[in-house]
Design a protein around this ligand. Structure first.
Ligand code: FEO
Ligand code: CA
Ligand code: CA
Ligand code: CA
Length: 681
């Protein structure tokens, strides 16, 4: 909507320089402190984290790899919700994965192909989700987390959950754990997130596929259709499964904590899957709703939102009488952007209901899932994943769809046959609170994933990174870009949209004609955008937003700088005008007819640089925007040299005292402005 005024025009901080230092750096006038780190105890009586590989009981400690995160306000005392609180709340966050060696005294071990049970249990429980109480001392004092918070909770891969929506009870969901396909055991690889206005958290399962073992001859034991589905979702025949948890012996016939990670067909077990875990991969790749205000609540799997490598779920259209929408990304190379449109028009009173998961049933268990096609004209179409329409029928030759549950379980296959656009790894989305325009990071793609032959207007760059040691290996789109779209009629329920590219990642010294197409300079050059978040509108005059935050998860520019976070005032779709782009794969050059925004005059500035070998991911603020919480994921995850004596990163031990050392830990940091003002403005 061109009548929307974007103000203020100026960001209110001085850019942080690119850095390889092993610390979190923020602008002058801001303070950063460490709040909640891997292993921190979440219940009274749990010992402080020794951080030497001897700690256990991660079901009562902070998990690893802090990722997507939301802040939910609490009343001054007790456990009641107060969404407006700026001084006491719950941080709910994903613990996506683990830096395995740091969890054990001398790194992970395997003996005769078998993982020790104690190690495997520690690794399993360090995954999942955490609910942790945080409070601010009086007079805008320091933030701290509350070890004995009444609502503190770990949800792990072992926490029982209920399957809701169209897939509940489907034959493809039956396992030894849930013979009727209505229950699920826990969650894994929770990447980004979402929330609902009634005060719940949405956790999204991303790279679940890699955790499963599947025997080298498993395809032969299955129907062809099952093999097609497993392959399309990356659950590969012959895979050992990350971390080898299914090798733990003796087999856990009662608990299924370990054997469930073996998705192979076990000879002699029933064909319906109730005697083994052949269907276990179908229980992952979903969006799950958690009520953080009820420590006893059982999380609900919202299957209407489809199954794929879910990055996150970003809400829109919670307007009385309109149908709520969630934008969804599938984070793998060449995967799709989706949206879910609820069947139920929004009633504003539901935001204050205390019966939160029942409200979730009302809005999240039925609706229409769509997948995006981006056309070279600059327009796009949302294609419905509705069984029986178009190619989504039993007669389809790519995959014979049986019913709506089959379409949702195999949303990737549905996207294939619908002709959706294969993107350069859709990571986070964000909805501009002022215009309703939707942004998605497309973090990067490699040489195999993005070639000159398959480049398109929405994923237009194919180039050699001139800094790449092996230039050929750097082809693809190593620095990524950020796409955005405007729904027809500014209505999130629309089935068409206009799109452009907001910004291309690049080093500022790279070729401005072919690579640094957004004209980035030393104050804002970045690579591999991942996290994305529009700041909460504060509703205070003079603090108008939108303010867009961008976080990076990079490997292509880390010779120059650690990963970072930038702030932007981003303009609107189409403000860069149309242009054509000449692309090259290093051998052949062609002109790509395309529509590319460049946003001259809009602001983009680096706010934070993280420690060594860390990604920046996960962000929220208090409602007043004066405190932000940011997650620092997997510092020191790559370099193994020196372990267990020395570490590539000593963060966060060295944040307050630069000379301090210790095993690196993923952690949440708090950032405040020294004058008490709104962050970044
Ligand atoms: Fe877990 Fe999509 O990054
Ligand atoms: Ca991510
Ligand atoms: Ca990433
Ligand atoms: Ca990561």
């Amino acid at each position: 909507d061109s009548t929307v005024t974007i103000a203020p025009a100026e960001l209110g901080f001085t850019a942080v320089a690119k850095s390889l230092a092993d610390r979190v750096t923020v602008p002058t006038g801001y303070t950063v402190t460490v709040l909640y780190a891997l292993g921190d105890p979440l219940a009274s009586g749990v010992s402080a984290y020794a951080n030497n590989g001897t700690d256990g009981n991660f079901a009562q400690r902070a998990g690893d790899h802090h990722d997507g995160m939301s802040y939910f306000g609490l009343a001054a005392t007790g456990t009641a919700r107060d969404a407006a609180s700026n001084s006491r709340g719950l941080l709910v966050m994903n613990h996506e994965n683990i830096s395995q060696r740091y969890l054990h005294a001398n790194g992970a071990t395997t003996t005769g192909g078998v993982r020790p049970e104690a190690e495997a249990l520690k690794e399993i429980e360090a995954h999942g989700v955490a609910v942790v109480e945080v409070t601010r001392a009086a007079n805008e004092g320091a933030w701290s987390y509350v070890q004995a918070g009444a609502l503190n909770r770990r949800i792990t891969p072992n926490t029982p959950m209920t399957i809701n929506g169209p897939v509940r009870g489907n034959a493809q969901m039956r396992t030894r754990f849930s013979a009727d396909g209505t229950q699920k055991r826990g969650t894994i690889n929770n990447c980004a997130n979402g929330y609902a206005p009634w005060g719940t958290y949405l956790t999204c399962e991303e790279n679940y596929a890699g955790y499963f073992r599947r025997s080298a001859t498993d395809n032969a034991a299955r129907a062809a259709k099952q093999v097609t589905a497993l392959n399309r979702n990356g659950v590969s025949q012959g895979a050992a499964g990350s971390y080898g948890w299914s090798t733990v012996t003796p087999a856990d016939s009662a608990s299924t904590v370990y054997s469930r990670w073996n998705a192979s067909v076990i000879a002699g077990q029933p064909a319906d899957g109730t005697g083994d875990f052949r269907n276990e991969p179908n229980q992952f790749g979903w969006v799950i709703e958690i009520d953080p205000y009820d420590v006893a609540s059982v999380p609900r799997v919202r299957t209407a939102l489809g199954r794929f490598a879910h990055e996150g779920a970003w809400p829109a259209n919670f307007v009385a009488g309109r149908r709520p929408v969630y934008y969804l990304g599938d984070d793998s190379r060449g995967e799709y952007i989706f949206k879910f449109v609820s069947a139920t028009p929004w009633e504003a009173a539901d935001a204050n209901s205390a019966n939160r998961l029942a409200i979730g049933d009302k809005y999240l268990d039925s609706g229409t899932l769509y997948v995006a096609r981006f056309d070279a004209s600059g327009s796009g179409t949302w294609l419905p994943l509705t069984f029986g329409t178009g190619p989504l029928t039993a007669a389809n030759t790519t995959y014979s769809f049986a019913d709506q549950a089959d379409v949702l379980i195999n949303a990737r296959l549905a996207g294939d046959v619908l002709g959706a656009t294969k993107m350069d790894r859709p990571e986070w989305g964000a909805v501009n609170p002022k215009t309703g325009e939707v942004y998605f990071t497309l973090t990067n793609n490699n040489a195999a994933g993005r070639t000159l032959a398959n480049a398109d207007a929405a994923n237009p760059r194919v180039y050699n990174d001139p800094k790449g040691a092996a230039a050929a290996a750097q082809r693809g789109n190593p620095n990524g870009h950020i796409i955005r779209f405007k729904e027809a009629g500014d209505n999130p329920e629309a089935t068409s949209f206009m799109w452009d590219i907001y910004a291309f990642g690049a080093g500022s010294d790279l070729d401005a004609t072919n690579i640094n197409l957004s004209g980035l300079d030393a104050t804002n050059d970045f690579s591999s955008p991942d996290g994305l978040w529009f700041a909460r509108p504060t509703g205070v005059s003079g603090q108008e937003r939108p303010l867009l935050w961008i976080q990076t998860d990079d490997g292509a520019y880390t010779d120059v700088t650690n990963c970072m976070m930038l702030a932007a005032i981003p303009g609107t779709v189409g403000d860069g005008g149309a242009r054509s782009l000449s692309i090259s794969d290093g051998t052949t050059t062609r002109t790509q007819g395309t529509f590319v925004g460049r946003n001259p005059g809009t602001q983009l500035r680096r706010f934070l640089v993280g420690p060594v070998e860390a990604e920046i991911t996960g962000i929220d603020s208090t409602p007043d925007g004066r405190t932000i919480f940011v997650n620092i994921q997997h510092p020191g995850e790559e370099t193994t040299t020196g372990f267990p004596t020395t570490f590539p990163s000593n963060w966060p031990a060295n944040q307050a005292t630069a000379s301090a050392t210790g095993r690196p830990r993923s952690a949440t940091v708090v950032i405040t402005k020294d004058d008490g003002g709104v962050i970044a403005l």
